[in-house]
Design a binder for this molecule. Structure first.
Ligand SMILES: [Zn+2]
Length: 79
């Protein structure tokens, strides 16, 4: 079983930037595995590659739109 480690991190809500305390799990290569929101009022935004958090009061639609803005799925060619 691969070793993983948990790190406590502050992350801002993807919609409004409010800070939340997260426990983020990484594998032995430093790749993001999972996360958990420790601050009341926040929820994890499911994402395969990074820890994301949003306030519970935001709608799924608002959160999706904010994630799209911050982390566009189509990456532009490097240059
Ligand atoms: Zn928010």
């Amino acid at each position: 079983m691969p070793e993983s480690h948990t790190s406590g991190e502050m992350h801002g809500c993807v919609v409004c930037g409010r800070l939340y305390q997260l426990y983020v799990v990484y594998d032995s290569h430093g790749n993001y595995v999972d996360c958990k929101v420790m601050t009341p009022g926040g929820k994890v935004v499911p994402n395969p590659t990074r820890a994301l958090v949003a306030c519970e009061k935001h709608s799924d639609r608002d959160i999706e739109a904010a994630v799209e803005r911050a982390y566009p799925r189509k990456s532009k060619s490097a240059g």
